[in-house]
Design a protein around this ligand. Sequence first.
Ligand code: ZN
Ligand code: ZN
Length: 226
Amino acid sequence: MERGDELRKVITVSKEDYLKAIAEAEAEGQTVIAATLSHWLSVTRPAVTFALKRLAKDGLVSVKGDGRIHLTSQGRQIAERTIVRHHLIERMLSEIFGMAWYEVHDEAERLEHAVSPAFEKKLVEALGEKEVCPHGNGLALRSPAERRKRGLCLLTEAEAGSKYRIASVYERDRRLLEFFDKEGIRPGVRVGVEARNYDGTVSLSVDKRQIRLGTSAAEKVWVSKS
Ligand SMILES: [Zn+2]
Ligand SMILES: [Zn+2]
């Protein structure tokens, strides 16, 4: 590979990462400014400034006077395409190759950029249509408002004495996913909310076992009444 090609490839990859991060932060109701991206992507502020200039020049984002970053419709298209491919790769790794559900996100972060339209078509043919990835997340379900519209609530808001089904978990934190897996917290699993405790923890019964989850973990889980 020529050095020029290599550089172009690096820039393309990070372009998609930026656009996806903006779309995802927006969907979570965050105000997207340079600091948000620097935090989400673990890159320096000067790197973000540089990338934003390029993205704006390419007509993919607009940066308002107050520093807020918005996707243009073209930028949103690329972001959503990348999200769809990310979820397809996660499903391929999990459903075809049997990789653990808590491992597939990191792999998909790398592989999503390599998916061509033809390969994407093949993946859909092989896997079938499905709205959600192995973590229960999907393009149509990105914002808290969308989730609430479908009757989901956060585990931190669940009522004591009721039974719930785990709908989705936050997937960008590998250590959190491994913790959930160890505790038996996975999409599709039924949990009973035994008590919401004074110290902010919630007591759950999972698979006839009792566990206590702190707020920092419980607020990363969406559930539906079952
Ligand atoms: Zn993922
Ligand atoms: Zn996922």
